[in-house]
Design a protein around this ligand. Sequence first.
Ligand SMILES: Cc1cc2nc3c(=O)[nH]c(=O)nc-3n(C[C@H](O)[C@H](O)[C@H](O)COP(=O)(O)O)c2cc1C
Length: 192
Amino acid sequence: MKLDLVFSELWTCLANGTLAGHQPFKVMQAATTGLDGAPSVRSVVLRRVSEAENLITFHTDLRSEKIAELRRQSRIALAGVDATRNLQIRVSGEVNIVDDGPVRREAWDTSRLQSLIVYRTLLAPGTPIDEPRDAFDDPQMPHDAEAGFENFCVVEVRPDALEWLDLSAVEGHERARFVREGGRWISGWIAP
Ligand SMILES: Cc1cc2nc3c(=O)[nH]c(=O)nc-3n(C[C@H](O)[C@H](O)[C@H](O)COP(=O)(O)O)c2cc1C
């Protein structure tokens, strides 16, 4: 495949991750620098992907460890795999934590109720508890649509490096790297 096709295919794979149903890049691993300086990694669901805006977003809880980490060090790395295609995508970039304003409001209003329940817990993510059910409020208690909104945020990732590794290519493994400089992407093949 040509480099420009690889680049657009990479963005298509990421964008497909935001579609309904099973998608290989729906969940990616997001790595941050832990507060103790050690790597810290966890899964996140891609919510919005726009090549035109150079933007990838996920949603999280403002009380979570990753937010404290990103407030201290705003670099993030994402990695995902399509195991059936033997394809890996890596992203590195800078984050912007959206904890106010219309983007956050719209993300909340358009999210499914099921995915907002986690923001309604009284205990911050990571709080030690005796047993799993202790983390949840009484499920019989009616909730208004705003419950948990104060804990909700959108994390915007602006990629400045992208990487594609295709282990299924018939001609041999193909690895491409795209680096953003001055608002433009510089592309090149690298040894796998
Ligand atoms: C399939 C899957 C998808 C997940 N998606 C998200 C997500 O989109 N946002 C999020 O904050 N946590 C998500 N989580 C939970 C995180 O992986 C993590 O456990 C949690 O956010 C606490 O991470 P932290 O303590 O590093 O902040 C997901 C977990 C799984 C298993």
